[in-house]
Ligand binder design. Structure first.
Ligand SMILES: Cc1cc2nc3c(=O)[nH]c(=O)nc-3n(C[C@H](O)[C@H](O)[C@H](O)COP(=O)(O)OP(=O)(O)OC[C@H]3O[C@@H](n4cnc5c(N)ncnc54)[C@H](O)[C@@H]3O)c2cc1C
Length: 321
């Protein structure tokens, strides 16, 4: 039973010590069985000493850094980390379940034939089997699956934000930096970044800390303008179901539920939402749920504090100031 190398892959190319990464870092530290196990954070991108310092303050034993000045490209990112992997052979790799993290984890797991568990809610180490055990809800949250990779040594998982807590460890740090060099050959470069554009600020809403949300479902397909107008009047953020995303009523980053985000607002007004379990897991933290649905038997009513059997449009018209 050798010493374990626990890796955390950063999903950013400038700001490395994000809250999400610090949360995963704290989990990585708790997976150490003794002082010889080592937790490393892997950073690919721009040299940022202040960010590295924060990673050490939050408990990283080592930062492995590969400088890439050309900006983010998934192919470069994956190839760079793959080269590091071959060289340094970690035992377990934890990724943020962000778009970049998920893409990178999927591509690397195929390349290395490694086990990959998506969206873990906990990780343990089984000393008898010398394997990590990845825990996550399955079958509509009715069971907790414990997943172990039995075929390959390398094991990976992705972790959503706010599953673990970050924890400041110390100001007395050692800058244990390891520099890694990777240069992509011109011909290998099959993706070119033409333009980098920041998201429209209007779209950067802080959904997680919203106090009032209007959740729209497919039933509101023809009433989105009215819904947005009324939401604005009440200072509410408009989010929705997977069906609402598929119908292009809202953007993907506003999807609530199992494959989206979880919210815990003070008031959640659900309009035209049927109440599928995959959706309800994302709003179960709401203080008060008010559901409006034309179907008296809509499952969402079972989870709601107030129910209104009516068209969503009628209720919005009543609410409009
Ligand atoms: C692996 C997996 C992951 C998933 N992840 C998610 C997830 O993260 N988030 C998510 O939301 N879903 C998720 N789903 C999909 C989920 O199972 C449901 O299909 C989805 O939530 C249904 O969305 P909906 O309620 O908007 O649509 P529908 O089920 O079509 O419901 C529409 C509702 O609107 C009502 N209605 C119709 N007209 C009106 C009106 N004028 N006024 C008021 N009510 C009206 C209807 O009675 C109905 O109840 C997932 C599914 C799977 C298999």
């Amino acid at each position: 039973m050798g010493n374990k190398k626990i890796w955390i892959i950063n999903d950013q190319d400038v700001q490395y010590a994000t809250e999400h990464v610090l949360q995963i870092l704290h989990k990585g530290i708790r997976l150490k069985r003794n002082d010889n196990d080592e937790v490393s954070v892997i950073c690919v991108g721009v040299n940022r000493e202040g960010e590295f310092k924060k990673l050490f303050q939050y408990g990283a034993d080592r930062v492995i850094f590969c400088e890439q000045r050309e900006g983010y490209s998934i192919s470069l990112y994956v190839k760079c980390i793959a080269t590091m992997l071959k060289d340094k052979l970690p035992d377990v790799i934890l990724f943020p379940a962000s778009i970049t993290g998920r893409q990178t984890a999927a591509m690397l797991s195929v390349r290395f034939n490694a086990g990959l568990t998506a969206c873990c809610t906990d990780i343990k180490y089984d000393g008898d089997k010398e394997r990590y055990v990845f825990i996550r809800p399955a079958m509509s949250e009715s069971v907790l699956a414990k997943i172990t990779c039995i075929n390959e040594k390398l094991q990976m998982c992705t972790i959503k934000e706010n599953i673990f807590e970050s924890r400041f460890v110390t100001n007395e740090i050692t800058f244990n930096m390891e520099y890694f060099s990777y240069t992509e050959k011109g011909l290998d470069k099959n993706i070119e970044v033409l333009e980098r554009k920041a998201l429209d600020l209007k779209e950067r809403v802080d959904i997680k800390s919203a106090k009032i949300v209007f959740v729209v479902g497919r039933g509101m397909k023809h009433s989105m303008d009215l819904c947005k107008t009324v939401a604005r009047q009440y200072g509410a953020v408009v989010v929705g179901t997977k069906a609402a995303v598929e119908e292009k009523m809202i953007q993907e980053n506003r999807q609530i539920g199992q494959s989206g985000i979880s919210i815990s607002p003070d008031i959640c007004v659900a309009l035209g939402v049927s109440g599928a379990t995959q959706h309800m897991v994302g709003i179960k933290g709401a203080q008060v749920i008010i559901a409006v649905n034309t179907d008296v038997n809509a499952p969402i009513f079972e989870y709601s504090d107030y129910v209104i059997v009516d068209k969503g449009e009628n209720i919005l018209a009543e609410l409009e100031k």
